[in-house]
Design a protein around this ligand. Structure first.
Ligand code: NAD
Ligand code: AHE
Ligand code: ZN
Ligand code: ZN
Length: 369
């Protein structure tokens, strides 16, 4: 079938609206009609050329919500009409990683997914016979996309896909990092570096966990109002201080925070986030994604003296078994998503969504199909 899609032809180029051929789903695959998709900083990261796994031409997008249009042979867990959230972290239930119970990082299809291909090593997208690659196994910037069955979370059909699409990445990542990767306890002091969709969701998670103090850090002060609304107790702009930001936070907190979260993707801030943690027990969680060739560093003494450095992907959430519950919690009103949706637009305007992100004017733009 034909599908409208925003194609990334090459690094650093704007996306281009195209009519793409989308093949029917093959064995174990599902074709879905996208209803809405968020635009995450990781899409911009890959488009910029900084992603070592970036492959072009590709259809980006990984924060979607859609409806099953057709299913391939052997598919048993979803049927036509089901409402689903695409998962860039699938859950097969069978691989060593799934079986371990210790991680959400299912590896069943990771190799082909990283090469922009379906598990059988081919792509379902083409234009005039030229293959177009998948992205993160999801490619949500297309009206129709094909995914492996294990990459779909079936959710409550009552949930508005135009909002819960944000649970496909940003909001789940931030909230999950606080409750799964870290274990924030009532009364803890938390620092969140970067107040985009991820950092603000980490603030929601910290507030829900009962953190006593939530320090929100960003160089763009327009983010502070929403951070406060979601539970931040202190908002700090590092540019307003002579001292390095980690020293500012240590001074504010009688020796450092219990937990910090890096939600930017800047290796220098990752170091600050670690070094603002309390000696003996403070834990820092890296969520931000850094470009090819970049590395983190610190004095090993920071770790010798009890600070812990961790990372988190998709908030440690197991997509098929746990994400539907996040949707239910949203439906019960435990947290809001509309605060995050600063802009909505149609797919043909998607380059504006990237501009708004780079200009620091949006939290999330949601594309409606
Ligand atoms: P965003 O662009 O919406 O937000 C980033 C924020 O960081 C902005 O508010 C910006 O002003 C702020 N910032 C930039 N430089 C700063 C600095 N030097 N000091 C303080 N603040 C600074 O991005 P997002 O969509 O929230 O994503 C954040 C990061 O998380 C990205 O690196 C993204 O790729 C990554 N990410 C990781 C996962 C995961 O599973 N690990 C999931 C989603 C996103
Ligand atoms: N491809 C990059 C890494 C990108 C990355 O870390 N992705 C996160 C999700 S970001 C969502 O917005 C992730 O889940 N990583 C785990 C994985 O298996 O990709 C690189 O550096 O090669
Ligand atoms: Zn994302
Ligand atoms: Zn698995």
């Amino acid at each position: 079938m034909k599908s409208r899609a925003a194609v990334a032809w090459g690094a650093g180029q704007p996306l281009s609206m195209e009519m793409v051929d989308v093949m029917p789903p093959q064995y174990g695959e599902v074709r879905i009609r996208m209803i809405a998709t968020g635009v995450c900083h990781t899409d911009a990261f890959t488009l910029s050329g900084d992603d070592p796994e970036g492959i072009f031409p590709a259809i980006l997008g990984h924060e979607g919500g859609g409806i099953v249009e057709s299913v391939g042979e052997g598919v048993t867990s979803v049927q036509v009409g089901d409402h689903v959230i695409p998962l860039y972290t699938p859950e097969c239930g069978e691989c060593k990683f799934c079986q371990s119970g210790k991680t959400n990082l299912c590896q069943k299809i990771r190799e082909t997914q990283g090469k922009g291909l379906m598990p059988d090593g081919t792509t379902r997208f083409s234009i005039d016979g030229q293959p177009i690659y998948h992205y993160m196994g999801t490619s949500t910037f297309s009206e129709y996309t094909v995914l492996p069955e294990i990459s779909l979370a079936k959710i409550n059909p009552e949930a508005p896909l135009e909002e819960v699409c944000l649970l496909g990445c940003g909001v789940t990542t931030g909230m999950g990092a606080v409750t799964n990767t870290a274990d924030v306890q009532p009364g803890d002091t938390v620092a969140v570096f970067g107040l985009g969709g991820i950092g603000l969701s980490a603030i929601i998670g910290a507030q829900m966990a009962g953190a006593g103090r939530i320090i929100a850090i960003d160089i763009n002060e327009t983010k502070f109002d929403l951070a406060r609304k979601l539970g931040a107790t202190d908002c700090v702009n590092p540019k307003k201080y002579e001292k390095p930001i980690h020293e500012v936070i240590v001074d504010m907190t009688d020796g450092g925070v219990d937990f910090s979260f890096e939600c930017i993707g800047n290796v220098h801030i990752m170091r600050s986030a670690l070094e603002c943690c309390h000696k003996g027990w403070g834990e820092s969680v890296i969520i931000g994604v850094a470009g090819a060739g970049q590395e983190i560093s610190t004095r090993p003494f920071q770790l010798v003296t009890g600070r812990v450095w961790k990372g988190s992907a998709f908030g440690g959430v197991k997509g098929r078994s746990e994400l539907p519950e996040y949707v239910e919690r949203y439906m019960k009103g435990e947290f809001r998503l509309d605060d995050f949706i600063t802009h909505t637009m149609s797919l043909d305007k998607i380059n504006d969504a990237f501009d708004l992100m780079h200009e620091g004017k949006s939290i999330r733009t949601v594309i409606h199909f």
